[in-house]
Design a protein around this ligand. Structure first.
Ligand code: GAF
Length: 379
């Protein structure tokens, strides 16, 4: 995004120049799906799509936000009384994070904010987390609040859980805040410890948007979380992170079948995530490829979060790549995107394959983004 365009739009909206511009990226998750809220492992990368927030202080106690991508709609609220806005849904991401920021850092005042972004919405690439983290970065930079990346991520998640109404885990906000250029990030969602791993030069990350739209809050996401909690409780562990497959098999006769399958996905996905991230470090693409393929099958059959157009994309790309690369659905599920780790010299063949086959089979048009792993949020 061109800073000049943002600054001009800000001036048009607020008749002054912005003091700063904050940015936070979206993310693609290479492997480790729905494991975050089970205290498990995830392996995402921040991507070169994100949200930008231009900002200046106000002398009163109001936050005034202009949304460039919603025909410059404006939303105004007072810091003294922050409610959910039923009319302008997008504004709740700002309202939510400002509300939770105020609880921990009471000493800040009003702001003018102008927001724009290019993360495809409803595609499972964390447009909302990037929005939340970008607003938090802008506000903390504006008022010099001591907000580090982990704290910003926790506040973004809290806003999403308590204000927006989605029981999401920590992955999306944390990678948006803490990503590294050229690297994926292994995150232990229990200890919040982070390990950045270089992505191989030989491969590219490709995201294929199925254009089957997903709605995280309206979808079955929260139900999956409840089922996982039920599984942990039946196994007598604080979270499924503490469970293993032998424990699960022993308890199987005493568990609802659906809860067994949900728990099986989480337990096996944690193993696959560790195996894939270790394999990537030593360039063992074959192991990464198998882990990604098994992850997809597990999401399809045990966690039941994939949809037929996504399964189709995974099948045809997997056939093309064999063990030279990996492919799976990425994100919360019920539509959205497929991620593929593709040898650089095969990128065009994947594009061609999708162009030739996907629409004919599904009646959806796919969008393809060849991505780079980028730095996390900054202001
Ligand atoms: C969504 C959530 F926001 C994340 O916390 C994570 O659970 C993901 O779905 C599934 O892995 O993006």
């Amino acid at each position: 995004m061109d800073n000049q365009i943002l600054s001009s739009a800000f001036e048009e909206s607020f008749a002054e120049e912005p003091t700063l511009i904050a940015h936070a990226p979206g993310r693609v998750n290479l492997i480790g799906e729905h494991t975050d809220y089970n205290g498990g492992f995830v392996f995402p990368a921040a991507i070169n799509f994100g949200t930008w927030v231009a900002a200046s202080k106000r002398s009163d106690n109001n936050i005034v936000v202009t949304a460039m991508d919603y025909e410059n709609q404006q939303n105004t609220f007072s810091l003294d009384d922050i409610d959910y806005d039923d009319e302008q849904g997008w504004a709740n991401y700002v309202r939510g994070v400002v509300k939770v920021l105020k609880q921990d850092f009471p000493a800040f005042g009003g702001a003018n904010l102008l927001v724009t972004g290019n993360v495809p919405q409803g595609a499972g690439l964390s447009s909302s987390a990037s929005f939340e983290v970008a607003v938090l970065k802008a506000m903390s930079a504006l008022y010099q609040l001591p907000l580090d990346g982990v704290k910003a991520a926790l506040l973004g998640q809290k806003a999403e859980n308590t204000f927006v109404g989605c029981s999401c885990g920590i992955m999306d906000q944390l990678i948006s805040a803490m990503g590294n250029e050229g690297k994926a990030m292994l995150l232990d969602c229990q200890s919040l410890s982070i390990e950045h791993s270089p992505l191989p030069d030989s491969h590219q990350i490709i995201i294929i948007n199925s254009n089957v739209k997903r709605g995280l809050v309206d979808s079955e996401y929260n139900l999956r979380r409840q089922q996982c909690e039920q599984g942990a409780s039946l196994l007598g562990v604080p979270s499924l992170r503490e469970a293993d497959i032998d424990m699960l098999e022993a308890a199987k006769p005493h568990m609802p079948e659906v809860v067994y399958r949900r728990a099986k996905h989480i337990i096996t996905e944690n193993k696959r995530t560790l195996s894939a991230s270790n394999a990537l470090k030593v360039g063992d693409i074959e192991t990464v490829s198998k882990a990604m393929a098994e992850s997809h099958v597990s999401m399809r059959d045990d966690f039941e979060i994939t949809v037929p157009p996504i399964d189709y994309l995974v099948t045809i790309i997997d056939e093309l790549l064999g063990v030279t690369g990996g492919v799976r659905m990425t994100g919360g599920g019920f539509g959205g995107c497929v991620v593929a780790l593709v040898p650089t010299d095969t990128v065009d063949a994947v594009k061609q394959l999708v162009a030739d086959k996907y629409f004919d089979e599904t009646n959806y048009h796919a969008d393809i983004y060849v991505c780079t792993a980028t730095q996390g949020a900054f202001a």
